[in-house]
Ligand binder design. Structure first.
Ligand SMILES: Cc1cc2nc3c(=O)[nH]c(=O)nc-3n(C[C@H](O)[C@H](O)[C@H](O)COP(=O)(O)OP(=O)(O)OC[C@H]3O[C@@H](n4cnc5c(N)ncnc54)[C@H](O)[C@@H]3O)c2cc1C
Length: 333
């Protein structure tokens, strides 16, 4: 049986939930559909009995006035915290301190601010949308046997996943197609003892690893948990490797770095890996929404490829739909 909503948002990451929040605040009946078992998308934290790791986005910054306002609200509600720890860069020879900036993380886990938004909305989890179709009334959304309908639709997905759903004849299909999004292998480690490094996170501009972080140094975390991200080139070259192979190779690379920094090889108690197929990417051109068709796109790739961009793209997408509705109402009166 088809259910009716004003707007359906596909994807419960930062972009989808900021769009949904904006539409909900404007009085729209919004339904959010998400394929995973939880919300947050790439703002993700994995927990198990041995600890927790932010294995996707590491932190976010806030440059625009709109996002700073939102960040201030989350700070007041203790949904995010400031990560004050020093961040370094390694060029293969020297460690140097990276430029100081305000870095924020969700507390106690990365998706905490999104959880607060989702709690005010109708969100259906474990729903993988398999097709969308333009109808006389707007849009029909299919997830296997399940069907939903709404006059308006927000696709808040990484570009390749959006491109796969948008009908070929639709003007937004070309905007999402051929936007390259790079992969990233993440490795999660915990060590028996503290590792004595001068930084809490470091950009590694040499070799297989591109970023490493002492995850436990972030507010609301504890223990001796480390997170490694492989470089784009390495992740592409090892995309189809097994998790065990990736863990072994990236531990070797980390141990080599630790030796260069005068550290003994740690005893790793736990190791896990996660492959992000569409980690980061960004359109090089501004994308003009065609909201009059009832379909708009949102996602980090539309606005610079980061959490702040995802937030702003969601607001833009929602505003485009609200403006289109206002225009239609003016034409009818
Ligand atoms: C390894 C890594 C490191 C990063 N580091 C940083 C960082 O330090 N700072 C920073 O600002 N950004 C970072 N980013 C980028 C940041 O995570 C993203 O910019 C942001 O989270 C993207 O939000 P989004 O809503 O656009 O997309 P996503 O978070 O990808 O959300 C899309 C959602 O759509 C869902 N979905 C997909 N297909 C379907 C379907 N068919 N049906 C239903 N649901 C579907 C997905 O499950 C997902 O929840 C990093 C990303 C990765 C992967």
């Amino acid at each position: 049986m088809a259910a009716s909503w004003d707007v359906i948002v596909i994807g419960a990451g930062m972009a989808g939930l900021s769009a949904a929040q904006q539409l909900h605040a404007a009085g729209r009946r919004v339904l959010v559909l998400e394929k995973s078992r939880g919300i947050g998308g790439r703002m993700a934290t994995r927990r198990d009995e041995t600890g927790q790791w932010d294995h996707g986005a590491q932190y976010f910054t806030a440059r625009s006035a709109a996002f700073r306002r939102q960040v201030a609200i989350w700070l007041r509600a203790n949904l995010i915290g400031r990560w004050h720890a020093p961040i370094y860069a390694w060029d293969g020879q020297n460690l140097s301190i990276s430029s100081p900036q305000q870095r924020f993380v969700g507390t106690p886990k990365m998706n905490a601010p999104l959880g607060a938004i989702a709690a005010t909305l109708d969100v259906k989890l474990s729903v993988q949308v398999t097709a969308i179709e333009a109808t006389a009334q707007g849009w029909q959304v299919n997830a296997g046997e399940q069907i939903w309908q709404a006059p308006q639709l927000v696709l808040a997905l990484p570009a390749p996943q959006a491109a796969a759903l948008i009908p070929v004849a639709h003007p937004m299909q070309a905007a999402a197609e051929n936007i390259p999004m790079s992969p990233c292998w993440a490795v999660m480690l915990s060590s028996e003892h503290a590792i004595n490094l001068p930084f809490a996170g470091a950009f590694i501009n040499d070799g297989a690893i591109s970023w490493l972080a002492h995850n436990s140094s972030k507010p609301g975390r504890s223990g001796q948990h480390w997170l490694l991200h492989a470089s784009v080139a390495w992740s592409q070259a090892h995309l189809e490797d097994s998790a065990d192979e990736v863990i072994a190779l990236l531990i070797q690379a980390f141990n080599r770095l630790l030796a260069r920094w005068g550290q003994a090889e740690p005893h790793w108690q736990h190791a896990g890996a996660h492959r992000w197929r569409f980690a980061q990417g960004s359109s090089t051109q501004a994308v003009v929404q065609s909201a009059e068709t009832g379909l708009v796109l949102a996602g980090d790739w539309l606005a610079g490829g980061r959490i702040e961009g995802a937030y702003l793209s969601g607001i833009d997408a929602a505003n485009a739909l609200l403006a289109a509705t206002a225009g239609q109402q003016r034409n009818q009166s």
